[in-house]
Design a protein around this ligand. Sequence first.
Ligand code: PAF
Length: 279
Amino acid sequence: MQIIKNISELRAIIKNWRKDGLSVGLVPTMGYLHEGHKSLIDRAVKENDRVVVSDFVNPTQFGPNEDFESYPRDINADAALCESAGADIIFNPEAEEMYDDALTTVNMTDITEGLCGKTRPTHFSGVCTVVSKLFNIVTPDRAYFGQKDAQQLCVIRKMVKDLNFDIEIIGCPIVREGDGLAKSSRNTYLNPEERKAALCLSRALQLGKSKISDGEENADKIVKIISEEIQKEPLAKIDYVEAVNYNNLKPLSKIEKPLLCAIAVYIGKTRLIDNFIIE
Ligand code: PAF
């Protein structure tokens, strides 16, 4: 497994793979890899001849008061995980290599404006721009994204359709800790008390899901049940709780498929997201 920092070097390797008729999978990440990322890499390794994992903390998707500087980084641990999972390359560029003096961005309207887009208005432009660049650099056959970032997955599918990228987008299930907390690189910010408090996210979603299974059809009631469960936790502050159509991300009044029930909650200063999808 190689760590490549340079775009032209990566392109030369991929050109040779293509000459040999090999398929290529891409797993875009911001590093500090955990079991959730590993599940994406495992699937990419199964489905492609060669796998590139991008490992780049993308500055353009962080707002001015967000955690770009403190976002956890550990390229050596990431390399060990990628090697053991069978990836071929980690692409780990510097910001200057990716952006140089770039003036172009990729912006999407509508589905980027609700949910996380409300409090992170520039986030999805940063995501769409960097993911487009990675798609153009790696030219993968398939790219793998986690369903934990459900809005991101929806936005990327739409971008691929709108901009005619010839890439299959594969969404992979959320990976959780034994006690239910969705795996996230940001979990590392939580102190032991906050780590316990963070369980209110998965607990509240479970409760909402079970009420739907029991026959509750009113989307506002489900949102209320989930919100009230989170509010029982003194360290939690809700950013949003929403039940939306998973295709267009528009709020639902009646629970119907495809449903995305998504939440963002601050536990202390750490903003965590989680969701369930019923398709
Ligand atoms: O999901 C992430 O880690 C990032 O948003 C992504 C897709 C790698 C783009 O920087």
